[in-house]
Design a protein. Structure first.
Lengths: 476, 126
């Protein structure tokens, strides 16, 4: 009886430990920890019970062996073999042994089951963690004491804390962001189980400010539906910096486009009204007004074409017709178109010697437009009597061709050079030289880089001239 | 009463031309400038009665021009009308204390501009 008591004592101790740990962990809320601890503690109880059982079996079998030995050597006879008390004793001991062996084998099975469950729980936790870690959004989970119980690498990176030392630590000592700490605290206190809260939040990092969309939700304790207290808060920080930038760029673009469209429209409207009001007294003035209206209407048309072309290329909607093209032929055609304008300003255009047999996979119309834009800029920004050279350089080994349009023009100030291919960007110093929309070079960049996979470049020196060029792949 | 002198500043030649013609036909003396810096120099030298300026101009914006003129004793009371395609960019606090009395947005009507000019000058004379 004493030995059975010892075994039961061990099992009870084990069970108490289990329950105690579960209760303890529930208080703190961590769901994962609670599951893992519950499995662990159950195994612990099994092992404690198992040790008790093994002792029971050892002691029982010793007694059994001793009694058999005594019986064999006849010592038992001295106890009087017909002693009626002896047989039930032996039977009893046998029963203990059998029962104990059954307990041990059952415990062995339980241990195996628990080992499997632990492995499954471990795998599930790893899986959940892998998912959490693969999310690019920063994820923070806190418990009912505002202690951090779960976070991913992105959170540690974004909010600048050490993931390894942050667990089970109050958020106010982990995070340096007062507003975020307050958001988490307010969310837990608000106690809204169903409602999510979405807040836009700016975080300043060493690499500049970033904007996040923070989604906050309460985690309810699933095991205790009667308790209205939330077990914690989940905060997910989604980086919307890029989206904000795109929205701003879009806004800038629309505002620039509308300004560019309004300017020629303003002229057209004003001159038409002047004609209607009879402000143009003589035929010469009237003729002048008609010309202005026509030119400004053409400018408006070109502007709309440029905007549409850029927009279509950028959005990937443009139909590209890439065929083997002779670069020499396209250059010759573009130069011929620009010659009359160059002659007006007494500018010499030297076409160089582009061999026509080199071919490049290109959309003829687009490449022609890009070349024309470069040549037209060269004419616009080169003073009277200047010179424009079109140079071509073929690299047979790299299978590339470089085209340069070199002028003796006013040049571009160094501060403007990095932005010269940007939409609507115009070097302020050269505004007076010529009218422009700031779209021509942007279109060249799109045609060469987006459509043809080439590269544009520029070199410029104020007062000496500019060299705009691009590199394209030749046909294999 | 001698004709009033109006300074018009705009980097768009066509706009400059059409506005000056409208004003000249209405009997005003007109001075023109094709950027903010030039307008500042002419305003200080000629002391016009009114300034009509574009907002977006090279070297010195229309707003900067008005603020600079405000600081000069000889032009601190020069009234201005702003003619701009970017009126939405300007907040009321920007134009405060800049001498800008009215804003007209491009595209504009030369007829309406003339009416505005007359209203502003009459109000100032009263």
């Amino acid at each position: 009886m004493l030995r059975r008591g010892i075994a039961i004592f061990f099992i009870v101790i084990g069970l108490l430990l289990t329950q105690g740990l579960i209760v303890l962990l529930h208080g703190n809320g961590g769901i994962y920890l609670s599951v893992a601890a519950s499995v662990g503690a159950t195994i612990c109880s099994g092992v404690v019970g198992l040790v008790g059982m093994a002792r029971l079996r050892g002691q029982a079998s010793t007694v059994h062996r001793d009694l058999r030995e005594m019986a064999r050597t006849g010592k038992l006879a001295a106890l009087r073999s017909d002693d009626p008390d002896l047989l039930p004793l032996i039977d009893g001991i046998n029963e203990i042994t059998t029962a104990a062996q059954q307990v041990v084998s059952r415990a062995n099975i339980s241990v195996k089951e628990l080992e499997i469950r632990l492995k499954v729980a471990h795998a599930e936790r790893q899986h959940a963690e892998a998912i959490l870690y693969s999310i690019s959004d920063a994820v923070l989970v806190t418990d009912s004491f505002d202690e951090l119980v779960l976070a991913n690498e992105s959170a540690a990176r974004t909010l600048d804390f050490d993931l390894a030392h942050a667990m089970r630590t109050p958020v106010q000592s982990v995070l340096h962001d007062e507003k975020l700490i307050n958001l988490i605290r307010e969310m837990r206190q608000s106690n809204s189980r169903s409602e999510r809260r979405i807040v836009e939040h700016s975080v300043s990092t060493s690499s500049g400010g970033r904007t996040y969309k923070v989604t906050l939700a309460c985690v309810a304790d699933r095991n205790d539906l009667t308790d209205s207290r939330p077990a914690g808060v989940v905060a997910v920080l989604h980086d919307v910096t890029k989206e904000k930038e795109v929205a701003e760029m879009k806004n800038d673009f629309v505002s620039n486009v509308s300004h560019e469209l309004r300017t020629p429209l303003a002229s057209i409207k004003a001159y038409v009204e002047m004609l209607i009001d009879g402000e143009a007294e003589d035929d010469r003035t009237k003729r002048e007004f008609y010309d202005v209206i026509q030119n400004e209407a053409n400018r408006l048309g070109r502007l709309i074409d440029d905007i549409l072309n850029i927009s279509r290329i950028e959005s990937g909607l443009v139909k590209v017709n890439r065929q083997p093209q002779s670069l020499g032929v396209i250059i010759r055609e573009a130069v011929e178109v620009i010659l009359p304008q160059a002659k007006q300003k007494n500018i010499a255009v030297n076409e160089g010697n582009t061999p026509i047999f080199y071919q490049t996979p290109a959309d003829r119309d687009m490449l022609y437009q890009a070349l024309l834009n470069l040549l037209s800029n060269a004419v616009k920004y080169t003073p009277e009597g200047g010179r424009i050279d079109v140079q071509t350089e073929v690299d047979e080994t790299k299978k590339t061709v470089v085209v340069r349009v070199v002028d003796t023009g006013v040049g571009i100030p160094a501060k403007d050079v990095p932005y010269i291919f940007d939409k609507f960007y115009r070097a302020e110093a050269n505004n007076r030289m010529a009218k422009g929309t700031g779209l021509g070079l942007s279109l060249v960049k799109q045609v060469i880089e987006t459509i043809h996979g080439g590269k544009v470049f520029v070199e410029s020196q104020v007062g000496k001239g500019s060299c705009f060029g691009f590199e394209l792949k030749l046909m294999d | 009463m001698s004709a009033k002198t109006i300074l018009v500043a705009d980097d768009e030649t066509h706009i400059l031309h059409v506005v000056s013609m409208k004003l000249k036909n209405a009997g005003f003396n007109v001075l023109t400038a094709s950027d903010g810096q030039e307008a500042l120099e002419i305003a200080l030298a000629e002391l016009p009665d009114l300034l009509i300026t574009d907002y977006h101009m090279p070297n010195l914006s229309g707003l900067e021009l008005c603020q600079r003129l405000r600081q000069e004793p000889s032009t601190s009371n020069l009234p201005a009308i702003m003619l701009t395609a970017r009126g939405y960019n300007l907040q009321p606090e920007d134009t405060q204390n800049s001498g800008i009395l009215r804003m007209l947005s491009k595209p504009f009507s030369p007829r309406q501009l003339l009416t505005t000019v007359n209203e502003v000058l009459e109000k100032l004379a009263a």
